[in-house]
Design a protein around this ligand. Structure first.
Ligand code: DX5
Ligand code: ZN
Length: 220
């Protein structure tokens, strides 16, 4: 298999919420490949962020891929709203249950790419029966719910095992990592086989004048 190109997906969870449209334009101009949108429901994860209406209002700000990470349960009743909002990739959690395969089918039938996220404590074997229905696997490198957490080193082994599974398919499935990504952990994740790096704090914390530099630093 050829080496996949590295894509950077800034998570706007760490952006200035009082000026979100300008923030999305700024990271897009600074070289982001995807815009990562973290949806949290206060039930599946212990935090509430934003929903489909906010995503819809940002859609006109950029043509970049909208990578929607749903940290919600249930998932299926809300897929249509995120499709209408302009999502390009919809990733849901294996743990959100109860029918992960059906969720992926519904997402793909809508025309979006389908992603499956795994929490740090979720075994990698969950991917195997679903892999034919997947366009992306998201290996969480922190427990979901908050930005600014510390990268969990043991997830590197999981990334490597998911990369092996993906390569066995012969298909181009993205392997995304999310949580605690810095230039140092980005390099470790890339070495383990990841090709899409989500980063909130590492991109946004230094302010708008540094976005391009921070995104470039993550590419290594
Ligand atoms: C965590 C979210 C992440 C978060 C990453 O539940 O899924 O996308 O924004 O933030 P950092 O990069 O600050 O760890
Ligand atoms: Zn995320």
């Amino acid at each position: 298999m050829s080496t996949p190109s590295i894509k950077i997906a800034p998570s706007i969870l760490a952006a200035d919420f009082s000026d979100l449209g300008a923030e999305v334009r700024a990271v897009a101009d600074a070289g982001a490949d995807h815009i990562h949108l973290d949806v949290m429901d206060g039930h599946f994860v212990p935090n509430i962020s934003f929903g489909a209406s906010v995503i819809k209002s940002l859609r006109h700000c950029t043509d970049k891929v909208f990578d929607v990470h749903l940290m919600i349960a249930p998932v299926d009743p809300f897929i249509g709203a995120f499709v209408d909002a302009g999502a390009n990739i919809i990733t849901s959690h294996w743990e959100a249950g109860p029918h992960a395969h059906r969720t992926l089918q519904v997402v793909r039938a809508s025309g979006c790419k389908a992603g499956l996220a795994l929490n740090p404590g979720t075994p990698v074997e969950c991917v195997e029966p679903l892999i034919d229905s997947l366009d992306l696997v998201l290996v969480m490198t922190v427990n979901p719910g908050f930005g600014g957490q510390t990268f969990i080193d043991s997830t590197l082994r999981k990334i490597a095992r998911v990369r092996e599974m993906i390569d066995r398919t012969g298909r181009e499935i993205d392997l995304e990592v999310d949580g605690g990504i810095t230039p140092k952990t980005a390099a470790q994740c890339i070495a383990a086989g990841a090709n899409v790096l989500v980063a909130g704090t590492a991109v946004f914390a230094g302010g708008r004048s540094r976005y391009a530099e921070e995104i470039a630093a993550l590419r290594g």
